[in-house]
Each structure stands twice: as structure tokens, then as C-alpha cells.
Write a protein that binds this ligand. Structure first.
Ligand code: GRF
Length: 200
């Protein structure tokens, strides 16, 4: 199962890897939390069932993210049972421990930065800013396991359990588009290799 929020180029990389026989699995469901995500079109074109679930209606009714997460986990299990693996491919939503604890299989996430650097949104842009400020020499991409935060009290920097990581060079003349293009091309391959590694 793959969860996305946007363009879905990483979803497409997984679809293509399955079609090329590199990943011995099928995508039972694509979960999308944005109704206008182009990744929806990619899933439909590939004949993959989709589940669109938006957080905003919950907030509008004064309901919580936790209720959204719990409902989402129930809907997924009702549709496809327990997924062998869940791949967060640009899924812009922090999943709660309640969501993660509803599943038995591994959840992996792709993030366009190195462990401990630039977690959260706009990671690529922030890396370029840090490079131009002379604070870093390069950035990177990682695929890591998503685990329930052990200390739910304080927002801690969740321990990152790595699957794979790869450094990505930044050059002085790089624009944000240059760096994004370089990172996305590396992401697509790293996510496929990370999925293969976790599926064993
Ligand atoms: C990727 O850079 C991913 O790492 C980040 O959002 C982007 C998603 O791209 N979280 P896409 O939707 O897979 O094209």
C-alpha cells in the first residue's frame, strides 16, 4: 500500500518497478489525503484502487487528527486487510502511534534529507539555504522505518531507523529546481531499493 499527497512521481517509480519485475508485490491501495493530487491519476491509470481521505472535514466538525488516523486505519483494514508493507511516498501527514499500532507490517517513509537534518516540510529548500549559508556541504535522501513515538508526551525527534540513505551533492550554481530535480531522481531509485530491501 502506498500513501501520497501530491504529484506521485515516487508512487510511479514503485509502479514501474513492479511492472519491471523488480518488486515482487502488487499495490492493493493508494491512499491520498488531497483530492487534487496528480498521483490519483497515476493510480487510476495503473488500475490501482484509491482511497481519498481528507483531514479538513474532521477539523471543520471539531474532530481531531487522532480520530482521522483511527478512522483511516479502520477503513484501510476493511478494504485490504493488513498490508504487507506501507510506503509513505510524499505523504504530508504525520501519522500517530494509534494509526501505526493498528498495523502489523512495516511502514517506510521517504524523506529528501539526511537523518537528523531538515525533518518536516520544505527540506530541500532549507538544505539549499543552509548550503548557501555555508552550514552544510551536501544534503541527501533517506528511506526509514516509521515507528510510534516512544515518548508521546513531549514532541521528541523520533529515532530514525534507517533502511537506506544516499548523499546528494549541492553545487554553488544550483537553483532550487536544480537541486529538486537531482534529489527526486535519486529518491525514485532509493525508494524502490528500500522497498525491495524491506520486503526481503
Ligand atoms: C518527495 O520529495 C518526497 O520526499 C517529499 O514530497 C515529495 C513527493 O514527491 N516528501 P512525489 O509526490 O512522489 O512526486
Amino acid at each position: 500500500m502506498v500513501l501520497i499527497s501530491g504529484n506521485g512521481s515516487n508512487l510511479q517509480a514503485v509502479i514501474d518497478a513492479i511492472n519491471a519485475g523488480r518488486i515482487n508485490a502488487e499495490i492493493a491501495l493508494v491512499v491520498v489525503n488531497r483530492s487534487n493530487a496528480f498521483g490519483l491519476e497515476r493510480a487510476k491509470l495503473a488500475g490501482i484502487p484509491t482511497l481519498i481521505k481528507i483531514l479538513k472535514p474532521y477539523k471543520d466538525k471539531g474532530k481531531t487528527r487522532l480520530e482521522y488516523d483511527i478512522d483511516l486505519s479502520h477503513e484501510i483494514i476493511a478494504l485490504v486487510g493488513q498490508p504487507t508493507i506501507q510506503i509513505l511516498a510524499g505523504f504530508m501527514h504525520i501519522l500517530s502511534a494509534e494509526y501505526l499500532n493498528a498495523f502489523t507490517g512495516p511502514v517506510i517513509n521517504l524523506h529528501p534529507a539526511l537523518p537528523g537534518c531538515f525533518d518536516g516540510a520544505r527540506a530541500i529548500e532549507r538544505a539549499l539555504e543552509a548550503f548557501k549559508a555555508g552550514l552544510i556541504q551536501n544534503t541527501g535522501v533517506m528511506v526509514h522505518f516509521v515507528i510510534p513515538a516512544v515518548d508521546r508526551g513531549e514532541p521528541i525527534l523520533q529515532q530514525v531507523i534507517l533502511v537506506l540513505r544516499q548523499n546528494v551533492p549541492i553545487y554553488a550554481e544550483d537553483t532550487l529546481q536544480d537541486l529538486e530535480k537531482r534529489i527526486h531522481s535519486i529518491e525514485h531509485e532509493l525508494l524502490v531499493e528500500g522497498t525491495i530491501k524491506v520486503l526481503g
